[in-house]
Design a protein around this ligand. Structure first.
Ligand SMILES: Nc1ncnc2c1ncn2[C@@H]1O[C@H](COP(=O)(O)OP(=O)(O)OP(=O)(O)O)[C@@H](O)[C@H]1O
Length: 227
């Protein structure tokens, strides 16, 4: 479970300060599926980075299962991140010279998993996203939707508690968008993940059971009874 209290984030550019997050209080229970929307520049990606421990807030607490990510020393933060948090980005972020299987394996290296077991777990994760026949393909030999499925397998191979997705369908056409959302929803259900997704896509936002809106660094959360 996440408990955020009075989280702020300021960025300073030349002499100007941007208040990207302006006092965020938010509880995200285990197994939640939370969608975050809002206007461009509102603070969505900044919040996701804070939740993932990729960056630290200027002030406030970001407590994940009793541990304040904002206060952890760098090495421990990296460890918490590698064990507990999977990321999926709009731009896939695969390594172009590695095969699908090798890309997925990279998530297990920091955890000290032995090479043989890494290969097996990566193959299993790729099978679970429907890419069992594509283990040896390079990213450049796959469609956008397939590349995003490799990225999902890489995020989930370590069996994290939390999956964070920043515009995961932003680079995909409509049919692939539905395919990727189906994979993400299936994984959320099967693995009991806490799934937090940023999207600009109002059709996806409408389907979310819980919808957070961030404007000018401030958040409101609504339960969506029609979803
Ligand atoms: N590294 C940075 N340095 C300076 N300012 C930043 C940095 N990252 C974000 N900002 C600023 O913080 C504010 C929030 O940015 P953020 O990327 O979180 O918004 P967003 O809601 O995700 O926007 P978008 O929908 O366009 O991706 C913006 O004004 C942005 O310009």
């Amino acid at each position: 479970m996440y408990e955020l209290t009075a989280v702020t984030k300021h960025y300073t550019r030349s002499r100007e300060t941007v208040q990207a997050l302006d006092g965020i209080d938010l509880t995200i229970p285990d197994g939640d599926r939370l969608v975050i929307q809002g206007p461009t520049g509102g603070g969505k990606s900044t919040l996701l980075q804070m939740l993932g421990g990729l960056d630290r807030p200027t002030s406030g607490r970001i407590v994940l299962d009793g541990i304040d990510l904002a206060a952890l020393p760098e090495a421990r933060l990296t460890r918490v991140r590698s064990e507990n948090i999977g990321f999926v980005f709009q731009s896939f972020n695969l390594i172009p010279t590695l095969t699908a299987q090798e890309n997925v394996e990279t998530a297990l290296v920091p955890l000290g998993v032995k090479p043989k077991q890494r290969r097996e777990q990566a193959a299993e994760a790729l099978k679970s996203v429907g890419l069992g026949e594509r283990l040896a393909h390079l990213p450049g030999e796959m469609s956008g939707g397939q590349q995003q499925r490799v990225a999902i397998a890489r995020a989930l191979v370590k069996q994290p508690k939390v999956l964070l997705a920043d515009e995961p369908t932003g680079n995909l056409d409509e049919s692939m968008r539905d395919e990727i959302m189906d994979v993400l929803e299936r994984m959320w259900k099967e693995l009991g993940l806490t799934f937090i997704m940023v999207t600009h896509d109002s059709a996806l936002a409408k389907k979310a059971p819980r919808l957070a809106t961030i404007r000018k660094g401030r958040i409101t959360v609504k339960e969506n009874t029609r979803a």
